[in-house]
Design a protein around this ligand. Sequence first.
Ligand SMILES: [Zn+2]
Length: 125
Amino acid sequence: MECPFCEHPKAHKHSKTSAGHQRFRCPACRQTFTDTIDTLYYRRRLTPADIDSILQAHTEGVSLRGIARLTKHVYNTVVDVVRASSHKAQLVHNEEVKDVETEQVIADEMWSFVKKSRSDVPQKN
Ligand SMILES: [Zn+2]
């Protein structure tokens, strides 16, 4: 397996994690990692099925606390999975969506904030 840190071609098997996943160690940079590195499953105790059900519920609009109740996971775990997947999705989007030629743009929403200074607020007399 290629080392994801220094790209050395032959990382060796190096024991297993407490969860039973194969661990590898690079002979060049001596870093250890598992084959799920750079995925949503890396260094998580949740199974891929758990993560999938959390994200499925999130896409269907279930509240984060609702997901925590339904899947019996801790709220912060649910938030962390959703946040991590959002971050990954943003990275993929930034990598894949570049230099798109457009003639028209349809904007579903446009948000703006206009600062309000204290002098603009009507004074009560
Ligand atoms: Zn390495």
